[in-house]
Every structure is written in structure tokens, then in C-alpha cells.
Design a protein around this ligand. Structure first.
Ligand SMILES: Nc1ncnc2c1ncn2[C@@H]1O[C@H](COP(=O)(O)OP(=O)(O)O)[C@@H](O)[C@H]1O
Ligand SMILES: [Mg+2]
Length: 222
């Protein structure tokens, strides 16, 4: 599903000096894989995920989704590809505060031009699966962190993206809620999605099909 080779990414520091965050990352993730990348804070985990998910441009290397080289596409095409292929889950959930749980999930359908009863049915099914079906009319502020992340998970998977990218998805959750989210991510991998989780927490690696450490801008096998 996903193949990245020689990925390079630098930022400029305040003084203008480049900071090389990714220094040649190679990564292959197949459908059904759950790949976990660990590394301390500042090691470039979020950068890697954002580059893989086409949210940020790389400075070199290649990214392939299936048989298409997607890293060389323009902004608009990348955005289309992202909508079709990628689901994102973030540490801070990123739900829209003015929308209900159900409306937040349905946002994902709108991005790909789907709507109506089938999208709604699927959203309810997913919310039920992760145990928040009785909270669909609640706004994010009325939900616990664990409930918010479950809703964010449903939004991320509503369109059945073949690639699921999770950035510290349990970082703001207690152990029990973290386990629910990791279990849900493992479930997507079992259903055939290619799943990448980055986390500084080693327990995220439970059940991983591959474990890497991001160090010095490259992936080391853990
Ligand atoms: N937009 C940015 N501009 C400048 N530096 C950045 C930017 N984003 C991240 N960095 C730097 O890149 C490094 C890696 O950051 P990040 O990918 O967020 O690491 P992690 O997610 O592992 O904590 C850090 O040193 C960070 O300060
Ligand atoms: Mg990060």
C-alpha cells in the first residue's frame, strides 16, 4: 500500500540554519500491517507521519501509494489523493467544537462528496462498534477524552481509507481508553488497512507487525 524511499525533510531554525529531521527514511507498509514507530519527543515522528500522509511536502525521496508515485503530485492532486487514501488520527483529537459527535464523523464523508443515508448508517455502525453510539448528539466539550478519540477514530475510518496514520493516538488518554483505541486500530489492520502508529509510549507496540525506532532521522529496526 505505502512505500517510502529516501525521505528527507528539513526545517529552518530561527537563525536560518537547516534542521534535518528526516535523513533518508525507508518504509514499506502493506495492507494488514500495523507498523509502530517510536522515538523520543522531537525525533521527527509527527513530521514523518505528516509527510507520509501528504500533509507536508518532503524535500526529497519518494512516496508511493500502491502503484502511483504521489510525492511528486501538486497540491490539489495531493489533497485529492489524501481524501481517497488516508485517514488521520491525532493526539489532540481535532474534533470541531460546534458539531455533534455524529456530525464530526460525517465530515469525513463530505470531503469525498458522499453523504446521505448510507454515510449516516456507516457512521452509526462505527460509533456503535467503539461504544459511543449513545453520545452521538453530544458536542466534543461534553465528551471525555476517551470518547472524543473514539469519535475521531470513526471520522478517520468512515471512508475506509486503505492507509491509516495515527500520531500519538493514546497520548491524551488513560490506559483503559488507550487500549480501546489501539484495539480499534489493530482491528482496522486485521480488516486490511495499512496502519502506521507513531508514539513515544512503548505500549503502543503491543500487537504490532513491525516496530521501528526513529533515530537520527532514519528508521532503525527495534
Ligand atoms: N514547522 C516547523 N518548523 C520548524 N521546525 C519544526 C517544525 N515542525 C517540527 N519542527 C522541528 O522538527 C523536529 C521534529 O519535530 P516533530 O516531528 O514534531 O517530532 P516528534 O513528533 O517526534 O516529537 C523538532 O526539532 C521540531 O522542533
Ligand atoms: Mg509529535
Amino acid at each position: 500500500m505505502l512505500r517510502a524511499t529516501g525521505l528527507v525533510k528539513s526545517y529552518r531554525s530561527r537563525s536560518g540554519a537547516p534542521i534535518r529531521v528526516l535523513a533518508g527514511v525507508d518504509l514499506t507498509v502493506k495492507g494488514g500491517d500495523l507498523v509502530v514507530v517510536t522515538g523520543p519527543s522531537g525525533s521527527g515522528k509527527s513530521t514523518l507521519l505528516n509527510v507520509l500522509g501528504l500533509l507536508e511536502d518532503d524535500d526529497g525521496g519518494e512516496i508511493w501509494f500502491e502503484d502511483a508515485r504521489v510525492s511528486s503530485l501538486g497540491r490539489a492532486a495531493k489533497s485529492r489523493v489524501r481524501g481517497r487514501y488516508v485517514g488521520f488520527l491525532f493526539q489532540s483529537f481535532l474534533l470541531l467544537p460546534s458539531l455533534s459527535a455524529l456530525e464530526n464523523v460525517l465530515l469525513a464523508a463530505r470531503y469525498v462528496g458522499r453523504s446521505g443515508a448510507p454515510a449516516r448508517r456507516r457512521a452509526m455502525e462505527l460509533l456503535e462498534e467503539v461504544g459511543v453510539a449513545d453520545r452521538v448528539d453530544h458536542f466534543p466539550a461534553q465528551l471525555s477524552g476517551g470518547e472524543q478519540q473514539r469519535v475521531a477514530f470513526c471520522r478517520a475510518v468512515l471512508n475506509d481509507p486503505p492507509l491509516l496514520l495515527a500520531d500519538e493516538p493514546t497520548g491524551n488518554l488513560d490506559d483503559a481508553n488507550g487500549a480501546v483505541i489501539l484495539g480499534a486500530l489493530r482491528g482496522r489492520a486485521r480488516a486490511g488497512a495499512a496502519v502506521v502508529v507513531v508514539s513515544h509510549r512503548p505500549e503502543a507496540a503491543t500487537g504490532a507487525s513491525a516496530l521501528y525506532r526513529l533515530r537520527g532521522g532514519v528508521l532503525e529496526t527495534s
